[in-house]
Design a protein around this ligand. Structure first.
Ligand code: 13P
Length: 249
């Protein structure tokens, strides 16, 4: 049985005071929540949010990480620095990293491996562009991103991996994939995992959906067999919109 995993990606939002207020509201709003939870604030907010979520049922995540452990990489943030702040999870390969900052599958794979090496959980994001969907290539794109993102990762490390399917055309647009369309891609990705690692691993892996998840569509999405959680952007910025998603049903 897979446990639902609901994550909030705060993207490039909030000051320290705003982040502390939201984290406090989430800690109290989710304390009786039954699922697995995560918040991923900007790097500059991690030190503020870390003590507030420590020891609660909310994990601390980062939104990105350098592909190298340390060194001359101006503007980058190291896995060692994230761990030093208490970060437990890192979101990698988000579509904004892939498309706005030109991160490719090889770079993302390097980051995923480094995160796992250091004991961080990695949320590997995949998802097609609108033109790829319209050209009938959604499944092929998601398969490629999954296979390349996981290259060289043994089955013994797969428990540290979460997948997040985020169709790029659904992110921040108010357009959600229908639960059926999302589930079809999730099933396809689960099948890719089965081919790579066997059916038992495929049955275990958590695949989140992301893209305009809101309180009023969360339960329908989560009711689908292959949708195991959500990676929430806009609606994660307020407790009043995130808590009902996190406690869907
Ligand atoms: P929205 O929920 O704002 O569409 O963002 C989804 C997302 O990109 C989460 O990582």
């Amino acid at each position: 049985m897979r446990n639902y995993y609901i994550a909030g990606n705060w993207k490039m939002h909030k000051t320290r005071a705003e982040a502390a207020a939201l984290a406090g509201e989430l800690v109290s709003g989710l304390k009786d929540g039954k699922h697995k939870y995560l918040v991923a604030p900007s790097f500059t907010l991690l030190e503020t949010v870390a003590p507030l979520v420590k020891g609660t049922n909310i994990r601390l995540g980062a939104q990105n990480m350098a592909a190298e452990e340390q060194g001359a990489h101006t503007g980058e943030t190291s896995v060692l620095q994230l761990k030093d702040l208490g970060v437990q999870t890192v979101i990698l390969g988000h579509s904004e990293r892939r498309h706005l900052y030109k991160e490719d599958d090889a770079l993302i794979n390097k980051k995923v491996k480094l995160a796992l090496q250091h004991g961080l959980e990695a949320i590997l994001c995949i998802g097609e562009l609108l033109e790829e969907r319209e050209a009938g290539k959604a499944e092929a794109v998601c398969e490629r991103q999954t296979v390349k993102g996981l290259e060289g990762i043994p089955a013994s490390s797969l428990s540290g991996i979460v997948l997040a399917y985020e169709p790029v055309w659904a992110i921040g647009t108010g357009k959600t994939a229908t639960p059926e369309d999302a589930d079809a891609i999730h099933a396809c990705v689960r099948n890719v995992i089965a081919k790579l690692y066997g059916q038992a691993e495929a049955d275990k892996i958590i695949i989140q959906y992301g893209g305009s998840v809101k309180a009023d569509n969360a339960a329908r999405l989560m009711s689908k067999e292959n949708i195991d959680g959500a990676l929430v952007g806009g609606a994660a910025l307020k407790a009043e919109s995130f808590v009902p998603i996190a406690k869907f049903g």
